[in-house]
Design a protein around this ligand. Sequence first.
Ligand code: ZN
Length: 72
Amino acid sequence: MRTPFSRIDPHEYEHDVEHQRALLMEKYERCNFCNSRIIFTHDLNVNYLQVIETGRCPGCGVSLTPRKYTLQ
Ligand SMILES: [Zn+2]
């Protein structure tokens, strides 16, 4: 027999997941120095199947360390 306490409200759960995802994205896209939104550019290197992601802050001009992703 189910009790009211074990019931999970699907709306409540969905909202929580979305909220967590939003927090994660926001943390990822903010500058550590001035809290501006980081602008990311992606350069595709087709020969090596690599994507080079470069982030730059429009607020204080700080450039992030480029990251390389290998396409599978
Ligand atoms: Zn900044």
